[in-house]
Design a protein around this ligand. Structure first.
Ligand code: NAP
Length: 338
């Protein structure tokens, strides 16, 4: 059985996901698309052999659309995800689930009221082969109980419109989700420190930053976020446990012997670093829609990430250690599937 998908938002990642479903993955096809820029949607629909709908609500309501992908800008996610839940249709929503914790909570409440999981959030690092190996090491107890995690998220450069809080909401948000999932623990405190500023950053941007998180069981996670690191796009993660240390594998690349150097190229493009994980993520989503059992990052995960990000932004502004309070996790989200 092939799943008929409707896509809302045909910008960068929307077009990427459409290409994936159409050319790389199996079990689904895109039948309807929309975008605030209707001409863009129409041109993409024409290439696809699908149709363009004039609004996201029309995509969700369409009889031939079995499941929805939301890849419009973050501020529009709440409206579309809520509409998909109301229509009883599975919805894959790119991160963020919504732009405020309160909006994420409204989605959570709507899904709980509907009584079954319909929402998956696009935290694709959980589908990265290296992170999955790390997760296996932790779950099997190979390094004993985790005590600390050291992470780094480095970009070569960012545009002038990148602001200090975006280091949290756009960048560290991936570590916030991935480390919760790897450690199977919730955060309770956040703090942000500012090292010496790089001269490569624009005037209004604090760069680099160090984000410190503490989990309910006392694990300490530190994340260096450095978005003008110049040399490349570099993601690092090391878990220190009671009996050993586990490190995220480097992306595989050719080991070069040339010009009196032994070297491995470092990627500069974030899309290339996680390209395979997007494929695995969407393929697993298609399978879960077909089976009627939505798994993957949930509304609870989207909500927890939003609450934690808010605490980190407050910590940036106040310099204080900020408490993180999620409230109790509804039974619908008790089993972690991936
Ligand atoms: P983008 O290129 O700006 O695409 C967003 C598209 O949504 C644009 O075509 C935009 O049109 C359209 N849009 C705006 N308002 C809309 C509305 N009300 N209804 C329908 N479409 C609307 O951005 P992007 O880079 O693809 O990012 C989209 C989402 O994916 C963001 O939430 C982003 O955080 C997320 N994302 C996630 C990852 C990841 O690693 N998981 C990576 C990249 C992006 P206009 O351009 O005319 O405004």
């Amino acid at each position: 059985m092939s799943i008929n998908v409707g896509v809302i938002g045909t910008g960068n990642i929307g077009q990427d996901h459409i290409r994936r479903i159409t050319q790389a993955l199996s079990g689904a096809r895109v039948v309807a698309v929309t975008d605030i820029d209707l001409a863009r949607a129409q041109s993409i629909a024409k290439d696809l052999g699908g149709r363009a709908e004039s609004t996201g609500q029309n995509v969700i309501a369409a009889k031939d659309v079995d499941a929805v992908i939301v890849t419009s800008i973050g501020s529009t996610h709440e409206e579309y995800v809520l509409a998909a839940i109301a229509a009883g249709k599975p919805v894959f929503c790119e991160k963020p689930l919504a732009t405020t914790a309160a909006a994420c909570k409204r989605i959570l409440d709507a899904e709980v009221a509907c009584g079954k999981r319909l929402v998956q959030v696009g935290f694709m690092r959980r589908y990265d082969a290296g992170y999955r190996l790390l997760k296996e090491v932790v779950t099997k107890g190979v390094i004993g109980a985790p005590l600390m995690a050291h992470c780094a998220h480095r970009n070569p450069t960012v545009g002038d419109n990148y602001t200090t809080d975006m280091a949290i909401t756009d960048t560290v948000i991936h570590e916030i989700d991935t480390m919760r999932w790897l450690l199977d623990d919730e955060y309770v405190f956040a703090q942000v420190l500012y090292p010496k500023k790089t001269r490569k950053a624009s005037k209004h941007l604090a760069d680099p930053q160090i984000v410190l998180l503490e989990t309910a069981t006392g694990i300490r996670v530190d994340v260096e976020v450095f978005v003008n690191a110049v040399y490349g796009y570099d993601i690092q993660c090391e878990l220190v446990g009671e009996t050993g240390v586990a490190r995220l594998p480097e992306p595989s690349n050719v080991l070069l012997r040339s010009e009196a150097k032994l070297s491995v190229e470092i990627l500069t493009d974030w899309k290339k670093r996680f390209i395979a994980s997007y494929d695995v993520e969407l393929q697993e989503w298609i399978h879960s829609v077909a089976s009627g059992k939505i798994s993957g990052p949930s509304s609870w995960d989207g909500y927890a990430a939003a609450v934690t990000a808010d605490a980190c932004v407050e910590a940036q502004k106040t310099g204080k250690i900020v408490k993180i309070e999620l409230g109790s996790r509804p039974a619908l989200y008790h089993s972690t599937v991936i």
